[in-house]
Design a binder for this molecule. Structure first.
Ligand code: PEP
Ligand code: CO
Length: 399
């Protein structure tokens, strides 16, 4: 399943952001073990999501995507899984009302355990250790033994994902309606080990949708090569340096048949850039005849530092990027497909603002994210009401 480990190295495209696994033999043993285990989701479920996203691409539905920046093995308790699920579900009900359209719900859940990093190392008080790359790779604790990439974590990630999916399936069965999972396809050993050749084609059955991040979307890189070869619906993050040519090349590579629902572009431009950069991208992609889903990630381009030194985001910036995204689509006559958010179902204080306001000085009070700051439940619902107004074409209240 994982293929011959020694297949002509020179021909393999380079993979960015991969851990420096010290024990390759252990890594291959874990990958072989995972390849022999049951898949986490089914090809039929992936196909269902692709058809639901096709409705979004055609303007007949919207999508709401959310969850932790980085799920942790210890943090994904049944209570937290349920609170994230309920938050997304409540947001979907609100947005659906305003848009008068069904909402395709998708959790950054059951596999969002790996993080790309801007620096390979982290230095504290003169000590330099490998950066935390997510629980799939190493530990958050700032010690050498915790920060060394440990292959056994791939197995633990698989088991955590299986447990999370079981809870999500139970919740969806109890309440009705579909709920899908997604994560960034970053650690290729994990993704390849859960890739299966099924009667309907090759699928990455670790999640319904996988996306490629802003730091790993090199056109000649291993990540795009990997997702080009699977039938799942896939997404690519587009940051402010993206050009229309990048977007068109991504379409040729990932969606050669121009199949609505296959490809989602998640634009994460920042509130200051979205109105400048997005119009040309959307206009040229639309003119090419491709029917992609356009999603706004208003989180990753709006990260600032709080007085305490924590990474934070202001809800007003998040909302401003969403408004810019809507303005662009409204002026081009295209469909604002939805949003992709980092959120928690708990009352964390990682982001600033909201009706039940978190002040800048309160950011450290309940900061639990292992990586980027998440909206809390109230802030997420605040945004859902704003989104409902935007879809309905009514003036927003402001936050
Ligand atoms: C993320 O979604 O957590 C992330 C790292 O995003 P991006 O690739 O857009 O920076
Ligand atoms: Co993040």
């Amino acid at each position: 399943m994982t293929g011959p480990a020694t297949s002509s190295l020179a021909a393999d495209p380079p993979a960015a952001q991969q851990p420096d696994w010290p024990d390759r033999a252990a890594l291959h043993a874990v990958a072989a073990d995972l390849a022999a285990r049951p898949a986490l989701v089914s090809a039929a479920e992936c196909d269902l999501l692709r058809s639901r996203l096709a409705e979004v691409a055609c303007g007949a539905a919207v999508t709401l995507q959310g969850g932790d920046c980085a799920e942790t093995f210890d943090g994904t308790t049944p209570e937290r899984i349920e609170s994230t699920y309920r938050t997304i579900r409540q947001m979907a009900a609100v947005v659906s009302g305003g848009a008068a359209l069904p909402v395709v719900q998708l959790g950054r859940m059951a596999g969002q355990y790996a993080k790309p990093r801007s620096r390979p190392d982290e230095t504290r008080d003169g000590v330099t250790l490998p950066a935390y790359r997510g629980d799939l790779v190493n530990g958050l604790e700032f010690t050498m033994s915790s920060r060394v990439p440990a292959p056994d974590r791939l197995r633990r990630g698989y088991e955590r994902a299986a447990g999370t999916l079981e809870i999500l399936r139970g919740l969806a069965a109890e309440r009705g309606g579909a709920f899908f999972t997604a994560h960034e396809a970053l650690v290729l050993e994990y993704e390849r080990a859960l890739t299966r050749d099924t009667p309907s084609g090759v699928y990455d059955l670790s999640a319904h949708l996988v996306w490629i991040g802003e730091r790993t979307r090199q056109l000649d890189g291993a990540h795009l090569d990997f997702v080009a070869g699977v039938r799942n619906p896939v997404a690519v993050k587009l940051g402010p340096s993206s050009t229309p040519d990048d977007a068109l090349a991504l379409i040729d590579l990932l969606d050669p048949d121009r199949e609505p629902g296959r490809l989602t572009f998640i634009a994460r431009m920042g509130a200051g850039a979205v109105r400048e950069v997005l119009p040309d991208l959307v206009a040229k992609v639309t003119a090419s005849g491709a029917r992609v889903v356009w999603v706004c990630d208003p989180m990753h381009g709006n990260t600032v530092t709080a007085p305490s030194g924590h990474k934070t985001r202001w809800l007003i910036d998040v909302l401003d990027e969403i408004k810019g995204f809507f303005e662009v689509h409204r002026s081009l006559g295209t469909h604002p497909g939805g949003v992709h958010l980092e959120l928690s179902g708990e009352h964390v204080t990682e982001c600033v603002g909201g009706t039940y306001e978190v002040l800048p000085a309160q950011v450290p009070d309940r900061y639990e994210s292992a990586c980027d700051p998440r909206l809390n439940r109230g802030q997420a619902l605040d945004l859902a009401f704003e989104l409902a107004e935007l879809y309905a074409g009514r003036p927003t209240g402001g936050l």
